[in-house]
Design a protein around this ligand. Structure first.
Ligand SMILES: [Zn+2]
Ligand SMILES: [Zn+2]
Length: 288
């Protein structure tokens, strides 16, 4: 007699020195430098306004541009709208749209398996941010997921210009703060609306991979660990309805009901009303 048990093994992963250094730097400045500057010098209304504006712009760049437009093709739009969304997404410091979409498509295709880049079966911290600082041994699989995106001139334009785009996203709050209050204003706005905002957008995105695969309801199916979390939607412009999203991946909405807080779907729908988005996809067996 022997009791059966499932032993889950994971491929060993080594530390990624470059990613670890960058991530540690952002965390250190956001968690120590930003509060210290606020305590000793203080932030102006311009700093807080830029923090809020850039949180919204860069967050929507990820959810609408990187995620619903590129990874899931849930709508189409003119190239200049796509370019604007990919610049906004690039300012979130979440890698190029090409690499982000590749990893995300693999997450859907291999959810909860070792090949899942954010596999929540490895626990909260791995799925939240551990995957950022560890080398991914399955990255070479990604090419098959993004061969279509390599044909997209706007995606490849963002890929080539990614570093200048990231730097412009940090230079912008510095410039606005400098115009308002010289060097002191520039440094303050850079810290709060540049680094602090990047830290908050990163962590809200990470919550979708961690929280939304560990806690919440599974109204639309239990084929994988995805869950709906309304409060994550408040932070992520609607992406917390993750169980619905995993079930109906190409739907331009993540929160399908009219009362679901999903500003990303509202933006896509509004763009369609003014002729800047088309071919909005919804699930054919839409439960709403
Ligand atoms: Zn997921
Ligand atoms: Zn997705």
């Amino acid at each position: 007699m022997s009791s059966s048990s499932t032993i889950t093994t994971f491929a060993p992963r080594r530390i990624s020195v470059g990613a670890s250094f960058l991530f540690a730097l952002v965390c250190l400045v956001a968690l120590v430098g930003v509060p210290a500057y606020g305590y000793f010098v203080g932030y102006s209304w311009v700093d807080w306004t830029m923090f809020g504006l850039l949180y919204v712009v860069t967050g929507l760049g990820i959810t609408v541009g990187y995620h619903r437009l590129l990874a899931h093709r849930s709508f189409t739009c003119p190239d200049w709208v796509k370019g604007a969304l990919l610049v906004a997404g690039g300012w979130a410091l979440e890698n190029t749209a090409l690499k982000w979409a590749a990893a995300h498509i693999r997450h859907h295709a291999r959810c909860d398996e070792d090949e899942d880049p954010y596999n929540a079966q490895r626990g909260f911290w791995f799925s939240h941010c551990g995957w950022v600082v560890l080398k991914d041994p399955f990255r070479d699989q990604d090419e098959k997921y993004v061969s279509r995106l390599r044909q997209d001139a706007v995606v490849m334009w963002q890929y080539r210009w990614y570093v200048p785009i990231v730097l412009s996203g940090l230079a912008l709050p510095f410039a606005v703060g400098y115009l308002y209050n010289g060097w002191r204003g520039g440094v303050g706005c850079f810290l709060l609306a540049g680094v602090g905002r990047t830290f908050f957008v990163l962590n809200s995105t990470f919550c979708i991979n961690s929280v939304c695969h560990l806690w919440g309801s599974q109204k639309y199916g239990a084929a994988d660990s995805s869950r709906d979390s309304w409060w994550v939607s408040l932070l992520t412009f609607g992406e917390g309805y993750h169980n619905y999203h995993h079930t109906y991946q190409s739907d331009y909405r993540n929160g399908p009901r009219w009362y679901n807080f999903d500003p990303s779907k509202w933006l896509i729908y509004t763009l369609s009303l003014v002729g800047l988005a088309s071919s909005l996809r919804t699930a054919s067996d839409d439960p709403s």
